[in-house]
Design a protein around this ligand. Sequence first.
Ligand SMILES: CC(C)(COP(=O)(O)OP(=O)(O)OC[C@H]1O[C@@H](n2cnc3c(N)ncnc32)[C@H](O)[C@@H]1OP(=O)(O)O)[C@@H](O)C(=O)NCCC(=O)NCCS
Length: 140
Amino acid sequence: MSTQIRLARPDDHQAVANLYLEFSGWPLERHGSIQTAIENPDEELFVAESEGQVVGFIHQVYYNDPLHAGLNSNLTSLYVKMGYKRRGIGSQLVQQALDHARRRNVVEVHVTTRETNLDAIKFYEANAFSREGVLFEINP
Ligand SMILES: CC(C)(COP(=O)(O)OP(=O)(O)OC[C@H]1O[C@@H](n2cnc3c(N)ncnc32)[C@H](O)[C@@H]1OP(=O)(O)O)[C@@H](O)C(=O)NCCC(=O)NCCS
């Protein structure tokens, strides 16, 4: 079964929203946010399409970082639908995001996940990411 990785289009909105809900369990209104992710030149939303269905996505945000004197990016979310995991789709999504980051001369690509998300930790290590630092968060 072949999987195509491509930039999300406006007509992918509902499928991507469904995957975000499946991923997070948070029933949020994501219409504007997904639209921005598709249209904003400083963001990329890639989807994985298999058998005519959107089965995964990755979202990348670019930002200027004076510390690194250049552009960095953050992979804010990555998800592969149940039933499609362990087929290399997550890796294809990450590699596509890294490929685009290289084309923009990004200095560092960052991703964070919970300490308890052992599957994701193994996944990122399998994709050659190194473990650096600790994640802090606050609702401002
Ligand atoms: C993490 C996730 C994106 C991986 O997607 P995937 O398509 O299953 O990953 P791949 O098939 O490309 O896996 C590549 C390698 O990563 C490692 N890996 C992936 N999932 C793993 C798991 N559950 N347990 C152990 N290793 C795992 C393996 O080394 C795997 O290679 P292998 O299958 O040949 O052993 C997917 O499990 C997912 O959507 N998880 C829920 C959301 C999430 O945690 N996202 C990341 C945090 S933001």
